[in-house]
Every structure is written in C-alpha cells, then in structure tokens.
Design a binder for this molecule. Structure first.
Ligand SMILES: Cc1cc2nc3c(=O)[nH]c(=O)nc-3n(C[C@H](O)[C@H](O)[C@H](O)COP(=O)(O)OP(=O)(O)OC[C@H]3O[C@@H](n4cnc5c(N)ncnc54)[C@H](O)[C@@H]3O)c2cc1C
Length: 371
C-alpha cells in the first residue's frame, strides 16, 4: 500500500462510486497530479471477490459503425491499460490475458463473422478469424464453430482491479453513500456533496460514476437499468484456457471454479442471487456451447453475483459534462472494455487537456446527444 497525502480543502475532485469507471477515473486524475476523494459505501475488500469476474470482450458489427469504432479503440486501450496497472501493482494479480474467443456458435453468427471479415481489414493484434480446429485448440476444449480470436482479451477480478487503481498516494477513499444530488455554491463556485456518514464534502470538480444509480440524478438522460446474474460453478476437465463469448460468456477456471453468464433480466429488479437465474445461465450455455454446458450440473453451482447494468438506447456510453457534473455512465455490458478509455477522457477534460477521442466519437458519447 502507498502512503496517502493529507487532503487539502476544498477537495480538488470527488468521484462518486468506486466501480470500474470511478476507480479508473480517480487513477487517471491522480496520475495527472490531482488529489481525488472517492466516495463509495461498498469499498473493495482485501483479496479477490471470486464471484465477481468479468470478460474483456467487444462484439464488432459487420460495418465499421461508430459504435464498433469506439469499441475497437476502447478494447485495445483497455487491454494495454490493465496490463500496465497490474505491472504497477505486482501483487494484485487481477488480470488474466488469456485471449478472448468470440465463437460462431450458430449459422447466423458464422455468416455475420464471415461478412465482418470480408468487409474490414482488422490488424491481427485486435482480431483474427480462426477455424474451428484452431478455436478448439485455443479454447482447450471443442468449441461449436470457428470464431474471432482477440489475442489481447481476457478476464479480470473486479475487486483486485479496483483496489489496484485506488492504490495511489493522491487518492483517498471515503466509505459513505452520497445521499443526494450535489449542489453548487453560488458564492464559492465549489460543489457540496452530501454523504450519510459526515458533513457534506466540498470540492471543485465531481465525477459521477455511480453505475445504474446515476440515473437517479439525471432524469433528463435516457439511462436504463438491467439486472444481470453470473453463476460460479465447480470447474470441469479439460479446463477452458481462453475467455469465450457467444450468446453469453464462459471464463476459464480459477481456484477450482469457473464463471458463466450473464443473464439479462429486463423485468426483474431483485438484488439477490436467484436459482432461476442460475438455471437460465446453465440452459443458455448448454444452447450455445453444449460441449461445455452439458458437463455442468446445477448441483455443482457454488454461488453467484447480481448487478445492474446502466444502459442507453443507442448502446453508446455517456461521458461528458451534464449540469456541471462530469459523468461516466451507460457502460451496459461492456464496462471492462469501455471504462479505461472513458476514465482517461474525463481526466483530460478536468485537467484541460485535449480529448483523446476524435471529435465524432466525442460527440457520440457526449450526454448532449440526448439533450
Ligand atoms: C451480471 C453482470 C455481468 C457482467 N459481466 C460483464 C463482463 O463480463 N464484461 C464487461 O465488460 N461488463 C460486464 N458487465 C457490465 C459491467 O459490470 C458494467 O458495465 C460495469 O460494472 C460498469 O461500471 P461502473 O463503474 O459504471 O458501475 P458499477 O460497477 O455499477 O459501479 C458503480 C459504483 O457506484 C457506487 N454507488 C452507487 N450509488 C452510490 C452513491 N449514492 N454514493 C456512492 N457510491 C455509489 C456503487 O456502490 C458501485 O460500487 C456485467 C454486468 C452484470 C450485471
């Protein structure tokens, strides 16, 4: 752990939420010599939370659409960033760069991938088309078809990554919940951030990165909220070697368990792990990846994790300034790929540096597109 610096008052930046987006934004700001306070009721604990692992993956469209252009750039940035972050915190061990295979699990997906390869000229460090044999070798078990191989993909533990990001002398954490919308003082120009454990914090800049809860403070933005559940289950042999995505995803075993997921439960708001969602994860895996799915039984389920995705109608994230507050929201099911580049973007904006996204992508992620 690093030595914290004493915080000066008012704070330079308060980040609300220590999820992937908030911790990476805090780190990006700290790397630019800003003092940052991160407010979070559920700070990442020591050790890895085994049930909360996620895949670094994107799903490029056939056409090189703006969403795909963003995903391409974000994915490469994320893979490099996680490797860098882990190298800065050698004991953290959160990142497994196994490569990600997007498997052509049915005819439709195989045709889609064929068109995508015919119409684009991706460099092999982003993606490579692979035959079924090669895909099976990369995966370590028989897969239902060929696919797209992303050699820089992988999977990571959320808690370890978040802790590594926060481990910087310019970052301090405040275990608290923000209880209302921050208010700007007309006299000082500073923001007041109300929290449940102490007096309001005063700060010059605020980054709101509260995941699905961000919608509560920005009713003018069309942010949605979709429940999801991951299932952690006893590992089977032969072991999966790569991160696999298809109609869902399957992660390689670690400590005798592997994770599969995740459900998209549009009509359910239950924050508890549900047996029904575990069953759905097993059933879905069996449909798209039967050589793996058929070897799992519900009696082998260890545990799971439930969360809520923050979504937008155009599937692009939201990053920019809204009502004077800096925002990172709407990361949907691609937070691991999208958060690192958006965190840099927010830090550049607060520090007065030029945007790292080109003007078109900058506009496409801006909250202004909805206002
Ligand atoms: C089941 C499931 C599986 C997923 N799998 C993947 C995957 O494999 N790969 C992938 O890329 N993405 C995946 N996602 C999506 C990914 O988890 C999100 O995109 C990502 O977590 C978004 O990051 P975030 O930091 O914006 O939000 P979050 O991770 O939700 O973090 C927001 C943080 O803000 C805090 N907060 C909220 N309200 C307040 C408040 N009032 N005061 C202070 N703090 C507050 C919360 O406690 C939380 O820690 C999955 C999502 C789910 C639900």
């Amino acid at each position: 752990m690093v030595q914290r610096q004493e915080a000066s008052y008012p704070l330079q930046v308060v980040v609300i939420g220590a999820g992937i987006a908030g911790t990476l934004a805090a780190r990006a700001l700290a790397e630019r010599s800003m003092d940052v306070a991160v407010i979070e009721p559920d700070l990442p604990r020591e050790g890895q939370d085994p049930a909360r692992r996620g895949a670094l993956y994107v799903k490029p469209a056939v056409e090189y659409s703006p969403e795909t252009r963003f995903a391409h750039q974000a994915f490469l940035h994320a893979a490099e960033y996680y490797s860098w972050l882990q190298s800065q915190h050698p004991g953290s061990g959160f990142w497994y760069q196994t490569g990600t295979l997007q498997v052509a699990w049915n005819e439709r997906e195989a045709e889609r991938q064929e068109k995508l390869i015919a119409r684009n000229d991706y460099s092999p460090d982003f993606l490579q088309p692979v035959s079924r044999d090669t895909a099976s070798q990369l995966a370590g078990i028989d897969v239902p078809g060929g696919g797209l191989w992303f050699p820089r993909g992988g999977h990571l533990f959320h808690s370890g990554m978040r802790r590594a990001a926060l481990d910087h002398p310019r970052i301090r954490t405040v275990q608290a919940k923000v209880t209302g919308r921050p208010v700007k003082s007309q006299t000082t120009g500073n923001w007041q951030v109300p929290i449940d454990t102490d007096a309001a914090l005063e700060t010059r800049h605020i980054v709101v990165a509260a995941g699905a809860s961000t919608a509560d403070w920005f009713p003018q933005l069309p942010l949605g909220r979709i429940r999801g559940q991951i299932t952690r289950i006893n590992a089977v042999e032969p072991a999966l070697r790569a991160t696999i995505s298809g109609a869902g995803y399957a992660l390689p075993p670690l400590d005798g368990a592997q994770s599969i997921g995740a459900t998209f439960d549009r009509d359910c708001q239950d924050p508890q792990v549900r047996d029904e969602s575990h069953r759905l994860n097993l059933q879905t895996l069996n449909d798209w990846f039967p050589t793996l799915g058929s070897r799992f039984h519900s009696t082998d389920i260890k545990d799971g994790w439930v969360g809520f995705r923050s979504t937008t109608p155009d599937h692009m994230p939201i990053t920019g300034v809204c009502d004077g507050l800096h925002l990172i929201a709407g990361l949907g099911g691609k937070g691991l790929a999208y958060a690192p580049i958006l965190a840099q973007e927010v830090a550049h904006s607060i520090c007065g540096q030029p945007s790292i996204l080109d003007p078109d992508l900058g506009n496409r992620v801006s909250p202004k597109r909805f206002l």
